[in-house]
Design a protein around this ligand. Structure first.
Ligand code: AVJ
Length: 322
């Protein structure tokens, strides 16, 4: 595509182009895979919100409970006058628990790639917290290219809830944490939510809910490909697959072809054998030692960890290690 076309096109073209490139590359690989971030178009985000309400999906509820119970502990560790920087501007419910607890918060800066999501979050917060300085940053916090400086001159507290880190492989998590460590500075800290290892059946159920919402979330990616990349994938020709691998300590999620078939995506033909699958997500699960090791690899040390009575989920307070 010529740059003049790009320049004239409405916002979103670059995003569409990246989607096309990543999907075509992902379907061309021997082990087919599409990056998990593409699950979150408008429909995907709505489906994820519905997942968070599922009886089987304990993560959101449990983390929210932990944050409610320990917001004051987090605030006293953070001290007054810091800047809160959230990686992803997801559930404002959780951010608000910290915003309400932190003393004399100087700045709230959500970082997100979705301009629209960011602006909506910022507008709502400015309305509800008229005296709070809200400075959204539109950036990919996973891109190692470097983030703009935020909260310069302030002590910075990062917030990365939801076990979103679980989407990352260990090397990717290390890259993310080092990046966050650089942004937050030598006196910075990071509040990190991480899902804990537990009974595999409980894990399995959380990603194979009986209402089929998680399946719809995975298969929505096919819908998005069809819509945005002129795809001909048959929605009834694929199924959601999710299972726990206890050796790797992760849930693996795929969509799998129910029969031999082929489909066109962005003008290219792809064939699928019966049973062939395309990877969409990892969801890593941790024990406390895993969290400590991961923190260390990213230049942090665990100062404190709070869990729920069932030990389903952990919220850790990481401080920048010297
Ligand atoms: C948003 C990555 C934390 O791994 O539990 C939920 C995504 N995918 N059900 C998770 C997800 C299917 C979720 N994270």
């Amino acid at each position: 595509m010529s740059s003049s076309v790009l320049a004239r096109d409405p916002a979103g073209t670059a995003e569409r182009e990246a989607f096309r490139r990543d999907v075509l590359a992902g379907l061309s690989r021997k082990r087919r895979a599409i990056p998990a971030k593409y699950l979150y178009d408008a429909q995907g985000s709505a489906l994820f919100d519905a997942i968070c309400e599922l009886p089987e999906y304990y993560l959101t509820r449990t983390e929210t409970e932990i944050l409610k119970r320990h917001a004051a502990d987090i605030a006293s560790r953070a001290g007054p006058g810091c800047a809160l920087i959230e990686f992803g501007s997801g559930s404002s419910v959780k951010s608000r628990l910290l915003l309400d607890a932190l003393e004399d918060l100087a700045l709230y800066s959500p970082i997100d790639i979705s301009r629209q999501h960011l602006d909506e979050t910022a507008d709502r917060l400015r309305r509800d917290y008229p005296s709070l300085k809200v400075e959204p940053v539109c950036a990919d916090y996973m891109a190692p290219a470097g983030l703009p400086e935020v909260g310069k001159g302030l002590r910075r507290l990062g917030f990365f809830p939801g076990s979103t880190i679980g989407n990352l492989t260990p090397p990717e998590a290390t890259v993310f944490l080092r990046q966050a460590r650089r942004l937050l500075g030598d006196d910075g800290a990071l509040v990190l939510g991480a899902d804990l290892k537990k009974d595999p059946q409980r894990l399995h159920a959380a990603y194979n809910d009986s209402a089929g919402i998680t399946a719809a979330f995975t298969l929505n990616l096919l819908r998005r490909i069809n819509r945005e990349l002129r795809g001909t994938l048959d929605l009834d020709g694929f199924e959601h697959e999710a299972f726990y691998d206890p050796v790797e300590g992760r849930i693996e999620i795929y969509f799998r072809s129910l029969r031999e078939q082929s489909a066109i995506v962005a003008g290219r033909t792809f064939s699928f054998a019966k049973g062939e699958r395309v990877h969409t997500e990892y969801s890593y699960k941790y024990d406390l030692a895993d969290i400590a090791a991961m923190a260390r690899s990213g230049g942090f040390a665990v100062a404190d960890t709070w869990t729920d009575p069932e030990r389903l989920f952990a919220v850790s307070y990481l401080v920048a290690a010297p």
